[in-house]
Design a protein around this ligand. Structure first.
Ligand code: PMP
Length: 453
């Protein structure tokens, strides 16, 4: 592609697009990366440069890009029906996918409510939890418990149960208040994993003992808190949180948007601890990362609280125009079929062990504070001083610099503050992972130990 073509696109990109989570003044000083096509685990820009997709195009790609079976599922469906609606009617892929999801989900989740993004799926879970109590006359059970540094999406309800000050504080005056308990961040807790877990469970127990009659639900990113820096819960913590909720009659909402569909090595992170939530939100990997479909899964008990004669006013008045989109549902079915045919969960576990072994090469580096991993969700926390765990200053932009270096070397990812994220497509081969990790390690070493460090 000619330089003029790139420059024309680059100028139009800067003139017309407002990018998400981006300070546009910074962005407009850079040479934008403009992706044109993709194949397997690689993305290609308009100038023909290849990059590994080291963050699965925002944590959602499963089988790689441009997969013939997935493409075919979309084109076949396109010849039948691109979209109709679930308002008063159904469509074939939406029905078939719902059945499949219920077979795969933790036991007890028997109903599927579709939406189109993780955030809308979370909105639905929150509204369902609220109205579940309302429909039973428990009007006082209307607040939510969330975890420190939680991220559940960017719509107003999802931000209300979000707790990342950098993203959420500005909106606080327009949000409903939530109770926050500490997330068990073992690396930054003075008593490590055991102390962090105890602090979380104690805070939850105390809150439930004193306030459970006004709490509708607890919402959690199970096992791995993603956007806060890929922080892995100590074993048993999720299960104990779920048990406490049950004990105190508070609903348990699992936000599996990031962790679902094999990302942690199990189909859902809740499976790792045998947890059956009351509501579960899924998105991202649901369609293999191809099209925007999300869903909120509910138990019969929740569904039944809405099941009444119309005059009783128990209907769930919520829905999105593209709910249950047939193209999205068709590709989700095809993705789940590939999961089974290719035994993808086994591949994820093998890949995860490979990555874990390979990442040992970084453990002794002077600025690698902690390497956190669950399945193929990896976060590498960089620190200014390893012994004292002193973090880098925000202004050092260490994560951004590492990912810019990685991009120069042919690997794409996005940092979370001082945490370098590695979330490769689940179906990556070991050779591909090997090459990606070499680049990741070189980038970390170049930036934290090189001349410009
Ligand atoms: N919940 C979690 C745990 C997430 O990680 C995300 C997105 N990263 C969301 C919700 C929001 O999903 P979406 O971006 O599709 O709205």
């Amino acid at each position: 592609m000619s330089l003029q073509y790139y420059e024309r696109l680059s100028n139009k990109n800067k003139a017309y697009l407002w990018h998400p989570f981006t300070q546009m003044k910074d962005y407009n000083r850079s040479d934008p990366l403009i992706i044109e096509r993709a194949e397997g685990v690689r993305l290609f820009d308009v100038q023909g440069n290849a990059y590994f997709d080291g963050f699965s195009s925002v944590w959602l790609n499963v089988h790689g890009h441009n997969i013939p079976e997935l493409n075919k599922a979309i084109t076949d469906q396109l010849g039948q029906l691109a979209h109709s609606t679930l308002l008063g009617m159904a469509n074939v892929p939406a029905i078939e996918l719902a059945e499949k999801l219920i077979q795969l989900a933790p036991s007890g989740l028997n109903k599927v409510f579709y939406s189109d993004s993780g955030a809308t799926g979370v909105e639905i879970a929150i509204k369902m939890a609220f109205q579940y109590w309302h429909n039973q006359g428990c009007h006082q059970k209307k607040s939510f418990i969330t975890m420190n540094q939680a991220y559940h999406g960017d719509t107003i309800g999802a931000v209300s149960v979000g707790a990342i000050p950098l993203y959420h504080d500005v909106f606080r005056p327009m949000l409903f208040p939530s109770h926050t308990i500490p997330y068990p961040y073992a690396y930054r807790h003075k008593d490590g994993a055991a102390g962090a877990k105890e602090a979380t469970l104690t805070a939850l127990r105390t809150l439930l003992e004193t306030r459970s009659e006004e709490v509708a639900a607890l919402i959690v990113e199970p096992i791995v808190q993603g956007a806060s820096g890929i922080i892995v819960m100590p074993p048993g913590c999720l299960r104990e949180m779920a048990l406490l909720c049950r004990q105190y009659d508070v609903l348990f909402i699992a936000d599996e948007v990031a962790t679902g569909f094999g990302r942690t090595g199990a189909m859902f992170a809740c499976d790792l601890e045998g947890v059956s939530p009351d509501l579960m939100v899924i998105g991202k990997g649901l369609t293999g990362g191809y099209l925007p479909v999300a869903a909120t899964l509910a138990t019969d008990e929740i569904y039944d609280a809405f099941y009444a004669d119309y005059e009783e006013q128990k209907t769930f008045f919520h829905g999105h125009s593209f709910t249950g989109n047939p193209l999205g549902c068709a590709v989700a079915i095809a993705s789940l079929k590939l999961f089974e045919e290719r035994n993808l969960l086994t591949t994820v576990r093998t890949n995860a062990s490979f990555v874990e072994r390979k990442l040992h090469m970084l453990t002794e580096r002077p600025h690698v504070g902690e390497i956190r991993q669950k399945g193929l969700m990896i976060g590498i926390e960089l620190v200014r001083d390893k012994a004292s765990r002193e973090p880098y200053d925000w202004a050092d932009r260490i994560g951004v610099r590492v990912t810019m270096r990685a991009r120069e070397l042919g690997l794409l990812t996005r940092p979370l503050g001082n945490v370098v994220v590695f979330i490769p497509p689940l179906a990556s081969t070991s050779d591909e992972l090997d090459a990606m990790l070499d680049i990741l390690a070189d980038s970390i070493i170049d930036v934290t130990e090189g001349d410009a460090a």
